[in-house]
Design a protein around this ligand. Structure first.
Ligand code: ADP
Ligand code: MG
Length: 263
């Protein structure tokens, strides 16, 4: 199909229902390599479900998902991650009792080659892999400006730092595409601005393509090149932040009174 030309990640008319509820309906979307695109919409609009379809948590009842031209519909989540799509979750999923470094290492483990048996006997190959994994994880934390936190318990960090660690953990899988589900949720305006800068920096540093779900209007308007709006599972608008901000459909569906608020 011609609209998919040039797409890095594409959703072709995907639909998913939960019982009688159509959570996502005929949803079309493309992400080009290097873009930072936002997905916004009211609570329950279907944003997280779109992510769950991309990453294989749910299989759509209709429609296809393509990544780099390959049909990945129905792939298991770990296979999607291996293919180059990593994500963070709306509700943080860090291991609070583990250090920051261990949280990143847990994510890398799927990439280690040695068997569980080799690990149990501390075979040299395993020890070498572990050491290399640790060096790589420290390198990653360093690039993200988080090296100082490596040995702190993730659960003891302020919320904003935990969000960064979660992004670090997603990046440990060496993704090409990063999906961020409401990264600024629960943050104050100052933390939000700092997180915004962090996300832009990460994108440049790692040459990533980013798809970002957000509720905070300032965050999406400030850093996204394009914004996609979903309401009741249906795509209602797509355009630059300026176009979206001025779109009457978006204003009535989502922004409402807030529309005048973020200039
Ligand atoms: N696992 C599920 N089972 C049943 N209903 C679900 C499930 N996940 C999401 N939904 C419903 O689908 C709709 C879309 O949810 P979601 O994608 O989480 O919205 P958003 O992320 O935009 O707030 C909501 O009405 C929600 O209650
Ligand atoms: Mg959600």
């Amino acid at each position: 199909m011609s609209w998919k030309n040039g797409a890095f990640l594409a959703l072709d008319k995907v639909s998913l229902n939960f019982g009688g509820l159509l959570a996502v309906s005929d949803f079309d979307f493309i992400l080009r390599q290097g873009e930072l695109v936002g997905l916004i919409g009211p609570n329950g609009a279907g944003k997280t479900t779109v992510f769950n379809i991309i990453t294989g948590q749910y299989e759509p009842v209709r429609g296809r998902v393509f990544f780099k031209g390959q049909d990945i519909t129905g792939w298991r989540p770990d296979r999607v991650t291996c293919a180059g799509i990593a994500r963070t979750f709306q509700n943080m999923r860090l291991f609070g009792g583990l250090t920051v470094l261990d949280n990143v290492l847990v994510s890398r483990h799927s990439k280690l080659k040695s068997s569980v048996l080799a690990a149990a006997f501390n075979f040299p190959g395993y020890i070498k892999e572990e050491r290399e994994a640790k060096i790589k994880a420290m390198g990653l934390l360093d690039r993200l400006g988080l090296a100082d936190l490596a040995h702190m318990r993730a659960g003891n960090l302020p919320y904003g730092q935990q969000r960064r660690v979660e992004i670090a953990r997603a990046l440990a899988a060496d993704p090409k595409v990063l999906l961020l589900d409401e990264p600024a949720a629960g943050m104050n305006p100052e933390e939000t601005i700092r997180l915004m800068e962090f996300i832009s920096g990460v994108r440049n540093e790692f040459g990533l393509t980013i798809f970002l779900i957000e509720h905070d209007m300032k965050l999406v308007m400030g850093i996204c090149e394009r914004i996609h709006v979903i309401d009741y599972g249906i795509s209602i608008a797509e355009g630059t932040p300026k176009e979206i901000q001025d779109d009457p459909k978006v204003i009535s569906a989502y922004l409402g009174e807030e529309a005048c608020d973020y200039s």
